[in-house]
Design a protein around this ligand. Structure first.
Ligand code: NAP
Length: 288
């Protein structure tokens, strides 16, 4: 028996619409709200009022991040603000709620029941799978910004976490000459075993890279490191805040540094939506 039959998707971007479509395709009942201004794919889904959508549903899927300002739902396609007020809180009270980056909800005065709120962004499988569209999006930017081909280019990937691992593999597949940086000895061992050149993140070499992909959320590319970086390099910063680049210094030095956040939703909303769906199914299977 399925633990939830009725899903309500409230707010979000293209990814949540793709999540809704994919869940509906699996045979569940899906109602959506907060997408009035989305002019794509909406006709295949049932839209209703906030009250009806939440009342009719057992599981409510909220956006990633659930809110950007702490006061209203992150609903870029809604024709009105969906406030995170007492009324909204009361509607959600007895529902199973799935959302991304829930912590910000708990900062409000409303006594959200953490036992009924499941954060899909905190799940490891979500982060790992999301690294694939992120890496593809990074390569798309590189193809656009670098005047040569990826094949034969000298690439540096800083950081050997989830995104670093996948990106290094994809770049190698395209025929790039790949160097990966890390700070841990075990990462150094893996990097070398995978056949990449190794660099120590704390002491990056002066080698002239064509394209640099940063995945480290710390200002690795400060003025000192940037001074050692080729002025014609393309530097793509994939890390979240506090980001990996001193952008003022990059500008002064004439380095093309590109901040590239939220790539999965931009380059592959369908896959990003399916990753959200699969993670929610895993939560339902394991935790409900
Ligand atoms: P991750 O698995 O945690 O990997 C981060 C890497 O950075 C690790 O190799 C880590 O090394 C290294 N690192 C962290 N702090 C460091 C420091 N101060 N000095 C040197 N190395 C440091 O993270 P991920 O999943 O690959 O994600 C990387 C970043 O991209 C995160 O900021 C994430 O939020 C962001 N992100 C961006 C997008 C996008 O669309 N642009 C999408 C998803 C995620 P250790 O293992 O030694 O700590």
């Amino acid at each position: 028996m399925r633990k939830i039959e009725y899903f309500g998707i409230v707010g979000g971007d293209k990814r949540q619409l793709e999540t809704a479509l994919s869940i509906q395709k699996d045979g569940y009942n899906v109602n959506i709200c907060g997408f009035e201004n989305a002019n794509f794919k909406i006709k295949d889904l049932k839209q209703d009022t906030l009250n009806n959508v939440i009342s009719k549903s057992e599981g409510i899927i909220l956006p990633l991040p659930v809110t950007r300002n702490g006061t209203s739902l992150n609903a870029p396609f809604s024709n009105s603000e969906i406030l995170l007020n007492n009324e909204f809180f009361e509607l959600l009270k007895d529902k199973k709620v799935f959302c991304g980056m829930a912590e910000i909800l708990y900062k409000s005065d409303l006594p959200y029941n953490k036992n009924n709120i499941y954060d899909y962004f905190n799940r490891e499988e979500f982060t790992v799978e999301n690294a694939v569209p992120t890496a593809e999006g990074a390569i798309e930017i590189a193809m656009r910004e670098y005047s040569g081909t990826i094949n034969g280019s000298k690439c540096l990937v800083t950081g050997y976490g989830r995104i670093g691992k996948i990106l290094a593999k994809f770049l190698t597949g395209l025929g790039a000459d790949v160097t990966v940086s890390a700070r841990k000895k075990e990462d150094e061992a893996w990097i070398k075993l995978q056949g990449y050149h190794f660099a120590n993140t704390n002491n990056l070499p002066e080698i002239q890279f064509d394209i640099i992909f940063n995945t480290i959320p710390s200002t690795i590319f400060n003025a000192r490191t940037l001074a050692k970086t080729a002025a014609n390099a393309v530097l793509i910063d994939l890390a979240s805040a506090p980001y990996g680049v001193d952008y003022n210094a990059a500008k002064r030095l004439g380095i093309n540094a590109i901040k590239a956040p939220s790539l999965p939703g931009k380059v592959a909303p369908k896959t990003a939506g399916e990753i959200i769906k699969n993670t929610i199914y895993n939560i339902i299977e394991e935790e409900l």
